[in-house]
Design a binder for this molecule. Sequence first.
Ligand code: UDP
Ligand code: MG
Length: 316
Amino acid sequence: MEGTPRLFIVVPCYNEEQVLPETAPRFLDKINEMIDRGAINSDSRILFVDDGSSDSTWNIIMALNRQDPHFQGIRQSRNRGHQNAVLAGLMEAKDKADIVISIDCDGQDDFNAMDAMVDKYHEGYDVVYGVRSSRETDTFFKRFTAQSFYKLLAALGADTVYNHADYRLTSKRVLEAFADFHEVNLFLRGLFPLVGFPSTTVEYERHERIAGHSHYPLRKMLALAFNGITSLSIKPIRIITALGAIVSLISFIGVIWVITKAAMGDTVSGWASTACILCFVSGVQLLSLGVIGEYIGKIYLETKHRPRYIISDRTE
Ligand code: UDP
Ligand code: MG
């Protein structure tokens, strides 16, 4: 087994008591299968990150660890969200593992893609992005919003991998480099392309959640999308500048038109048009302030340097 990499599978879990007993044995089967075919080291582990669950998730993780030492767990002191839970797992695994795969615990991401990811690592890739081959299991609405989001990100110049969520393999040296990214507002899938190193993709089918419900309602999805855009790009501010220039130009033309008319003794009447213009301009201004405020808010949160995760318990 000398020379084979030690793999850590990082699995964030938040209130997943219905799901974990089902998926945990499948994680174990997969890791044993890879050990048996000599792709990974027998010291490889499945690291569950309990993201401050309020149900019995942590008890299940502890019981799994007692059953089989391949299962390990860390627990966050409170719920901090999926991105921070993944980060906690990655940082925990970085010193012990040669490669880390992050995957959701609900069985939606196809486990078999891990084989292809590890094979790609052996071919020399440091980052392997899991990419959804189809979105058939999604509702039309989710499919449409997700695709629009990736297109918008691309248009704003942010480098993300199309249809990649957080199912990904990273090597130790990538994680060591990533440890120097200190941002509090995390959008992991947009940050790994910035780390660099040779990367590739592996396609996989995304299934239905095997039990429980999604923790990403529309509100949280929008927040993640908004965070993604403002974390990766400052183009929205530039767009505001351009918008300001366009509105100024239009009003300049308007002023010349009014003056010319007045010079000809023909004053333009009507308060309705004035009111409309006022409303339009104040709308644009408020919107612009909102966008700029979003960036200022982000600076405010970043300058506090609060910890991004706090681990309260660990197995073993
Ligand atoms: N999750 C988490 N913290 C949270 C919300 C979710 O660790 O605050 C985990 C959850 O247990 C799951 C993964 O993140 O393993 C993805 O969440 P979910 O399946 O609810 O999202 P969806 O797949 O619907 O986007
Ligand atoms: Mg899910």
